[in-house]
Design a protein around this ligand. Structure first.
Ligand code: CA
Ligand code: CA
Length: 406
C-alpha cells in the first residue's frame, strides 16, 4: 500500500513538471478546451501509471461520447502524451507513436486482461516527430520525418530497448506534413507516405505521394501520386487493395474542399492533388494548369476540414455483422473552419460492388456545438477480441470501444 501511494505521489510530481515543460504545447487547437489538463508524461518504466487513484483523478468525460446502441467506450490508457499512431503486436503490446518534436515512442501492456494498460514503456526519446509505428517479426519500425528506424527484438526488450538501426534515411526532411503513418502491407512491404510540404503546391516525387520499401530499406517504389497528406491507410480484407484517407487543402472556405477516402487498386494512380480535390473540384490556383490525366477521384468525399487520419477495415467479430469489412475513420477535427468539424469517429460503408456508398458519424462528443474540444481522435486499431482502440493526442488517452448485444 505504501508503495502504491508513493508511486501516485511520484507520478503526480512528474505531471506537474511535465505540465510546466509542455506549457502552450499541448492544446494549441482552435477551440482548445480547458476541461482536461495537459496529460502528464508517463512515469519511468516499468511500474504502472494507472491504478484506481490515478483514474479517479484524471477521469475523462467519456460519458459524453454518443454511439449507436450497444456500444460502450472506456479509457484503455491515460497519460500517454500526444498519443498518435497505434500498432498492436501479435502478443498484445500496443505501440504508440508521437508527433511532437522530441517526442517519445511508447509501448503499453495490459498484463491482467482488464482492458486497461497497466505497464507503460518509453521505447525511445528525442526522435524527429516519430508518428509512425509498425511491427514485423519481433521488431518495431518507427517513422521519423526523414527516415525509418528499427528496434530489433523489441518483443523481448520492452524494459531495456536496444539502440535503433537506420533502415533508410532517404526521405525528405520537411516538417510541413512530414510526420508519417506507416504500415506493412499484405505484400510484406513497408508503406511510407510523403506529404506535400505546403498547403497547396506542385512538387516532384516523392512529395505528395505514397511510397513503399522492403523491410531492409531497399526496393523504393512510388505507390500513388497526387496525395496531399495521408495519415492513415489499410488494405481491404478480401481484395487486399489499398484504401487511404487524405486531408484536403485549407483556405478555400469553410465547406470546400472535402477530405477524402481513396481507393488505390493499382500502383501509380494519381489522386488529383494539387490540381483537383474530392471528386473533381478544380483548385483555384493549379486546376487550370493540370497536366493530362487521368486523375482518380475520391472514393468518398468526407467532411470539409475534418482532418481524417487513421482508418481501419473492421474485421473483428464483436461488432454487429453490418460493420464487418466496413471502414472506421478517426477524424482529428479542423482548424481552418469557422466552427470546427470532426473530432469524431466516422464509418464509410462499401456496397457489394466494393464501391464506397455511405458516410456516417459513428462516435462523437469529444467536441461541443461551439467547437470546444476535450479530445481529438487520431488513429484506430482492432484488438483480437474485436473491440476497437482509438488514440487521442489532445487528451493523451487511448480509448476502447466495445459492443454488447442485450
Ligand atoms: Ca490491465
Ligand atoms: Ca484527391
Amino acid at each position: 500500500m505504501g508503495n502504491r501511494i508513493s508511486l501516485f505521489v511520484l507520478t503526480f510530481a512528474v505531471f506537474v513538471f511535465a505540465a510546466c515543460l509542455d506549457a502552450g504545447g499541448g492544446s494549441n487547437t482552435s477551440g482548445g478546451a480547458a476541461e482536461i489538463e495537459n496529460p502528464p508524461a508517463p512515469a519511468a518504466n516499468p511500474p504502472s501509471i494507472t491504478g484506481a487513484e490515478w483514474r479517479e483523478k484524471h477521469k475523462l468525460p467519456v460519458e459524453k461520447i454518443k454511439m449507436p446502441a450497444g456500444f460502450k467506450i472506456d479509457v484503455f490508457a491515460y497519460g500517454i502524451t500526444n498519443a498518435r499512431s497505434l500498432c498492436l503486436s501479435p502478443s498484445g503490446t500496443l505501440f504508440v507513436g508521437n508527433r511532437r518534436n522530441n517526442g517519445n515512442v511508447y509501448a503499453l501492456k495490459d498484463t491482467d486482461g482488464d482492458f486497461r494498460a497497466d505497464e507503460v514503456f518509453v521505447i525511445a526519446e528525442n526522435l524527429f516527430m516519430p508518428n509512425g509505428v509498425a511491427f514485423r517479426d519481433g521488431d518495431l519500425y518507427v517513422a521519423e520525418v526523414n527516415r525509418v528506424i528499427v528496434f530489433r527484438d523489441i518483443k523481448n526488450r520492452l524494459a531495456n530497448p536496444p539502440a535503433y538501426e537506420v533502415v533508410t534515411d532517404a526521405y525528405p526532411g520537411d516538417t510541413h506534413h512530414g510526420w508519417k503513418f506507416i504500415r506493412f502491407g499484405p505484400d510484406g512491404k513497408l508503406y511510407v507516405p510523403v506529404g506535400a510540404p505546403c498547403n497547396v503546391c506542385e512538387r516532384p516525387d516523392p512529395y505528395a505521394g505514397i511510397t513503399r520499401i522492403n523491410h531492409d530499406g531497399s526496393g523504393f517504389e512510388i505507390v500513388a501520386r497526387g496525395v496531399r497528406n495521408t495519415v492513415g491507410f489499410d488494405w481491404h480484407p478480401v481484395t487486399k487493395e489499398l484504401w487511404f484517407t487524405d486531408n484536403g487543402r485549407d483556405m478555400m472556405g469553410d465547406d470546400v474542399p472535402p477530405d477524402e477516402l481513396n481507393h488505390a487498386p493499382r500502383l501509380g494512380m494519381h489522386f488529383g492533388f494539387p490540381y483537383f480535390h474530392g471528386k473533381g473540384i478544380p483548385d483555384p490556383e493549379f486546376g487550370n494548369s493540370a497536366p493530362a490525366g487521368p486523375y482518380t477521384p475520391a472514393a468518398m468525399e468526407l467532411g470539409p476540414h475534418v482532418a481524417s487520419l487513421g482508418m481501419r477495415f473492421y474485421t473483428g467479430n464483436m461488432f454487429p455483422a453490418e460493420y464487418r469489412n466496413q471502414i472506421f475513420i478517426a477524424e482529428h477535427g479542423s482548424w481552418n473552419r469557422t466552427v470546427p468539424l470532426g473530432a469524431r469517429v466516422t464509418l464509410v460503408k462499401l456496397g457489394d460492388d466494393g464501391e464506397a456508398k455511405s458516410y456516417h458519424v459513428f462516435a462523437e462528443g469529444w467536441q461541443d456545438a461551439h467547437g470546444q474540444r476535450w479530445g481529438r481522435p487520431v488513429d484506430v486499431e482492432l484488438m483480437p477480441d474485436g473491440s476497437m482502440l482509438v488514440s487521442d493526442d489532445h487528451a493523451g488517452a487511448i480509448y476502447r470501444i466495445s459492443y454488447e448485444s442485450n
